[in-house]
Design a protein around this ligand. Structure first.
Ligand code: NDP
Ligand code: OXD
Length: 306
């Protein structure tokens, strides 16, 4: 069995070593132009040439959860596309989002600014009931985040494409229930995949439906958000702030207005990182399952876009 590794922006050697240790029967190699045909591939932002040269692939494993960029390429016709299925990302996402919600709710950002000025003052406590959090996307990451938020006793709403039932979460589904979901939420967390249906979904019309003083946490993809609409609603005061991990162009260009807006907190696409050892173990297990003809979790439905 041959495995090709073609991941832009990733140090290959530790992955190659880890894959060789996990699958000693396999020949694992860093892809180069004209390389021998492989059975399986691990990819992140590969060039189109990689797939053009490897039409025989049986399965392509993304070393991330989002596959929007891969689905823009022409993939080998018979290859299953498999995304990382949690692999240690869900708990990181829960940490990030709980941190963002709690920091805003408890005004820790305000306290940090005040104490830096030598100011000792305490604010009136806020009430959780006034901070319902809406999680858009109740998949592998969204469900973990919704559960973590409900452990902190925030009222939690969740929105997905198909109906979902989740303990402690008020669930909504489909376009018909989007308005009800938004108008019941003050904090909005985006954990949708980027698809034709979801691009630009956070725009003036939808963000205006949030309860006044809304707060936006985007941890999915930059193209879900219409940047100018967020800026306008922050300026008008309808939104109190935003914490953004993902952007239409990454790295966020130096002149982008988000850098200058003090109500926006920026992190550099780091909410949930790919953990190499866990990911290798997951992918190796899936390759073995496929070799046995068994099912694997995390197969992407290209028609649906995620
Ligand atoms: P999943 O595919 O497991 O879940 C997607 C969820 O979104 C599902 O609940 C799905 O609904 C819902 N959904 C999809 N389309 C629609 C729609 N049109 N309307 C309503 N709901 C919809 O994805 P993950 O949870 O694993 O990951 C989510 C995204 O997070 C990734 O695609 C990626 O972009 C981003 N990400 C960001 C990272 C970061 O560091 N910032 C790291 C990892 C991922 P249903 O349940 O009905 O299928
Ligand atoms: C992912 C990401 O999709 O890192 O895994 O954004």
């Amino acid at each position: 069995m041959r495995i090709a590794f073609c991941c832009t922006g990733t140090e290959p050697e530790p992955w190659l070593q880890g894959l060789r240790a996990a699958l000693p029967q396999a020949q694992v190699a860093l892809w180069q132009r004209g390389a021998a045909p492989a059975d399986y591939a691990l990819v992140w932002a590969p060039p189109q040439l990689f797939f053009d040269e490897q039409p025989q692939l049986k399965a392509v494993f993304a070393i991330g959860a989002g596959v929007d960029a891969l689905l823009k390429l022409r993939l080998p016709p018979n290859a299953a596309l498999v995304r990382l299925d949690d692999a240690g990302m869900a708990v990181q996402m829960a940490e990030y989002v709980c941190h963002a919600v709690i920091r805003h709710f408890r005004e820790f950002d305000v306290y940090a600014a005040e104490t830096r000025q030598g100011q000792w003052s305490s604010h009136q406590p806020r009430h959780r009931v006034d901070f319902p959090v809406g999680v858009m996307g109740l998949g592998v990451l969204g469900q973990r985040v919704a559960r973590a938020l409900s452990q902190f006793e925030f009222p939690v709403n969740g929105w997905s494409r198909s109906p979902r039932a989740l303990d402690g979460v008020r669930t909504f589904s489909g376009p018909a229930q989007l308005d009800g979901f938004l108008s019941s939420s003050r904090v909005l967390v985006n954990l949708l995949p980027l698809t034709l249906d979801t691009q630009g979904i956070m725009n003036r019309a939808t963000l205006s439906r949030l309860l006044p003083g809304g707060y936006v946490i985007n941890v999915a993809r930059g193209a879900h958000l219409v940047d100018e609409d967020l800026l306008a609603l922050l300026e008008s005061g309808h939104l109190a702030g935003a914490m953004l991990d993902v952007f239409r162009v990454e790295p966020l260009p130096p002149g982008h207005p988000f850098w200058q807006q003090p109500k926006i907190t920026i992190t550099p696409h780091t909410a949930a990182r790919t953990l190499r050892a866990t990911s290798i173990a997951q992918i190796a297990g899936k390759i073995e399952a496929l070799e046995r003809g068994g099912p694997v979790a995390g197969r992407v439905d290209a028609g649906r876009g995620y």
